[in-house]
Each structure stands twice: as structure tokens, then as C-alpha cells.
Ligand binder design. Structure first.
Ligand SMILES: Nc1ncnc2c1ncn2[C@@H]1O[C@H](COP(=O)(O)OP(=O)(O)O)[C@@H](O)[C@H]1O
Ligand SMILES: [Mg+2]
Length: 151
């Protein structure tokens, strides 16, 4: 999968999210973490929702708040057991993260954790977290999407 992707529509971003999600590696002893970075309206939630869909989440996904890490069980046919969706926009410190059991979540096996506004909690992310950087392009529908690991 190309590291830098150009999307001309929400539909294209959904396709990129699908491809990305299917390439995620599962860890038996801790969670796989995906951080999304990019301004409001760029498509972070859309990306997570589509990735979640392809991994087996059905039904409506509620918006996570800073007090809650939303957890979704995945069907048995899915490679991951559980999917978490977090929004770090208002998280200010380690205590906020403790309150949503963030560190415990990171230790769950065969779990995948999607974090919007991951730049807010960068130092608490595992070294091998995947990072998705999204930027608006010239027109209202264009997006530049960079897929990488932390480092
Ligand atoms: N190329 C694109 N990729 C992603 N979203 C797009 C694109 N073009 C338009 N959109 C729209 O932008 C909005 C992104 O909203 P959302 O995913 O909630 O953003 P965020 O979570 O980053 O604030 C959606 O309404 C989506 O339909
Ligand atoms: Mg969002």
C-alpha cells in the first residue's frame, strides 16, 4: 500500500481505510494502535468508521467523548477481538488517560485501538503505533493521506 495517498472523495477515503484496515497486524499480547491526526472535518471519523466496518463492526458507531473510550466487540470471524474508538481532543494529561483506562486498553490482546487527535497524546502511544495524517487539498473534497508508523 502506498504511503501517501490522494483522495478525491469520501468514497475514495473509505476505500483507503478498507485497504489499510485489512493490512493491520494483530498482536497477541497487546493492542494494535492507530492514531489519526488532522484538523476538524478532514475525515478522521469517516476513516475510523469504514475501517471498523471492514473489521466487522455493524450498526451505528457513537462518537467517543473524552470521558469514554468506545468499545466494540467483533464477530468471531474477525481477526481482532475488540475495537476501541477514542477521541483525544480534550485529553490533557495522564490522569485523563487513566480515567478512560487507556493504559489497560493498550494491554489488551488482539484489540485494535483507533485514536482521533492522536497528536494530543503522542508521548503515550506505543512506538509501533500506525499514524494516519490527513490534510485538506485544494478543493473541498480533496484530501492528502499519509500512512506511516510513529518513529
Ligand atoms: N476526500 C474525502 N475524504 C474524507 N472525507 C471527505 C472527503 N471529501 C469530503 N469529505 C467529508 O468530510 C467530512 C469529514 O468528517 P469527519 O470524518 O467527521 O471529520 P473529522 O473526524 O476529521 O472531524 C465528511 O462529511 C465527509 O463526507
Ligand atoms: Mg472526528
Amino acid at each position: 500500500m502506498k504511503r501517501t495517498q490522494f483522495s478525491k472523495s469520501a468514497r475514495e477515503t473509505r476505500r483507503i481505510a478498507e485497504e489499510f484496515a485489512l493490512k493491520l497486524s494483530i498482536k497477541e499480547t497487546r493492542a494494535t494502535v492507530v492514531g489519526l491526526i488532522g484538523e476538524l472535518g478532514v475525515g478522521k471519523t469517516l476513516f475510523v468508521q469504514r475501517a471498523a466496518w471492514v473489521l466487522g463492526v455493524r450498526g451505528r458507531m457513537l462518537s467517543p467523548t473524552f470521558l469514554i473510550a468506545r468499545a466494540y466487540p467483533l464477530p468471531r470471524r474477525s481477526s481482532f477481538k475488540k475495537l476501541y474508538h477514542l477521541d483525544a481532543y480534550r485529553i490533557k494529561n495522564k490522569r485523563d488517560l487513566d480515567n478512560i483506562h487507556f493504559f489497560r486498553i493498550l494491554e489488551s490482546s488482539r484489540a485494535v485501538v483507533f485514536i482521533e487527535w492522536a497528536d494530543r497524546i503522542r508521548r503515550y502511544l506505543p512506538k509501533d503505533a500506525y499514524i494516519i495524517r490527513m490534510k485538506h487539498g485544494k478543493s473541498s473534497q480533496e484530501r492528502n493521506i499519509k500512512l506511516s508508523s510513529m518513529k
